[in-house]
Design a protein around this ligand. Structure first.
Ligand SMILES: [Cu+2]
Length: 143
């Protein structure tokens, strides 16, 4: 008789434990859902600001240096904002001439240490090469 009561008591305890666990899991799921929703507005607020700052960066004109070294333009391709100035410096011991494919600019003869600057006002892709060594090629992308 006593054993039977104890057995019933144990089943009741197990049932209560399962119900408590289920209730706790439901509370976790609902609680997690609420905390996710409450975090969304705060996390989306800086996300709106981030693209604004990255949009502003390319719009800022700058002065960019391209070195001429080892019969190559370094870097060979640059992407910059309209109004930016590119300064080429010849670090080779031979003469190089920075020439635009569309004849937009021409540096003339650049000996060692000489520089040439050009300001890009228009958006677009500008291909250039060295008139002395036409295999030397570069590109300026204005955004
Ligand atoms: Cu050259």
């Amino acid at each position: 008789m006593y054993l039977q009561i104890k057995k019933h008591f144990n089943i009741l305890i197990t049932f209560r434990t399962i119900m408590a666990a289920l209730f706790f899991m439901t509370w976790l799921i609902i609680g997690g859902g609420i905390s996710c929703q409450s975090q969304e507005p705060s996390s989306s607020a800086p996300a709106v600001n981030e693209p604004t700052t990255t949009d502003e960066q390319p719009a800022t004109p700058a002065v960019i240096e391209v070195t001429i070294e080892g019969f190559a333009f370094k870097p060979a391709e640059i992407t910059i904002a309209a109004g930016s100035t590119v300064t080429w410096q010849n670090n080779d011991s031979v003469i190089h001439i920075v020439t635009a494919q569309d004849k937009l600019f021409d540096s003339g003869s650049l000996s060692n240490g000489n520089t040439f600057s050009y300001t890009f006002e228009q958006k677009g892709t500008f291909e250039y090469y060295c008139a002395v060594h036409p295999y030397m090629k570069g590109r300026v992308i204005i955004e």
